[in-house]
Ligand binder design. Structure first.
Ligand SMILES: [Mn+2]
Length: 318
């Protein structure tokens, strides 16, 4: 069971839930991610048994080589497998995809559950479990799936394309003692530094480009260090500029070791997937996408400003 680099709530929740379900059916399953996941997911039942490639590469290689089936969850391009990318390309092991991102190359997989009109990979896993083995659904599996769906929809604010998302969640919520508690465990966990970084990002670093209905927030290494950046601390920052009526697209640009990461969000039918795919070595969904460039922060911001005119008309379309 393999999820993407910089794993989020959906990656972790869907992988752990599916692994627990398959274990109940008698299979031996290991969950692996390329690098560590944010602390606000550490409490999830089963999260402690996830293998992190960064920390135990030899063990992870042995697991990958000895597995007879590989499930790929919440990503569809091997480039999203981080430091496991090469290994993944070499492995002849049959791969099964469960994912909700766009532009899937189905030839890479022996089987695929690839749907883009769902909120999350967790929703797909939940639907599958409810259909084939609802009797195995327990508190732990339901909790992991709910966290996947809640985080990928921004607490049911976006990425909801069908009423089934709610009927599936209703069945999951029946299995947990308190949905409110789950929400708190995910969202009310900021450190003081993280909240102050958010304030700084919006107050000092948000650039508004009215002619493109776009907002850009950039945070370089020095700034992140000043707020004692921990993995996950910039999670959600990109959503805030969209809360302005006039914003159609929001971009968060953060500097990491040797690279610059882009996080794109949009409202309506403006596709940030197209922008990310065409210029930023990434992609994702219509309203949420990511990308990575191996360059300086300055060059990254320069490119971003240079590509905006191409999308001006679409960005300003009512
Ligand atoms: Mn997802």
């Amino acid at each position: 069971m393999l999820a993407h680099v910089n794993p989020d709530g959906d990656a972790i929740g869907s992988s752990v839930a599916l692994s627990q379900f398959l274990q109940k059916l008698g299979h031996q399953v290991e969950v692996m991610v390329p690098n560590d996941f944010p602390g606000f997911l550490a409490w999830l039942p089963g999260a402690s048994s996830i293998h992190i490639y960064d920390k135990e590469a030899d063990l992870c290689d042995r697991i990958l080589e000895s597995s007879d089936t590989l499930f790929i969850l919440d990503f569809n391009q091997f480039s999203r497998a981080g430091n496991i990318k090469k290994k993944l390309e070499q492995l002849q092991t049959p791969k099964i995809l469960i994912d909700h991102h766009r532009d899937t190359d189905l030839s890479l997989f022996v089987g695929a559950l690839s749907e883009t009109e769902v909120s999350s990979t967790a929703e797909l896993v939940a639907e599958t479990i409810l259909h084939y083995g609802g009797q195995y659904l327990d508190e732990s599996i339901a909790t992991n799936l709910l966290v996947g769906i809640v985080t990928d929809t921004g607490s049911f604010a976006h990425s909801i394309f069908r009423a089934d998302t709610f009927s599936i969640c209703a069945k999951l919520i029946e299995k947990v003692p308190s949905y409110t508690k789950i929400h708190q465990m995910v969202y009310d966990t900021f450190s003081e530094n993280r909240l102050r970084l958010l304030g700084y990002a919006i107050n000092n670093k948000m650039e508004i480009l009215d002619e493109y209905s776009t907002a850009i927030i950039s945070l370089d290494k020095e700034e992140l260090a000043r707020f004692d950046y921990q993995v996950g601390d910039t999670e959600g920052v990109v959503n805030y500029p969209l809360s302005m009526n006039k914003t159609r697209m929001s971009v968060l640009v953060t500097e990491r070791q040797g690279m610059v990461r882009f996080s794109f969000r949009s409202k309506g039918d403006f596709s940030v997937h197209e922008v990310a795919q065409k210029y930023f070595n990434g992609g994702g969904h219509t309203n949420a996408a990511g990308g990575t460039l191996y360059c300086s922060m300055e060059a990254a911001l320069d490119l971003l400003h240079r590509v905006l005119p191409e999308f001006k008309e679409l960005l300003n379309k009512e």
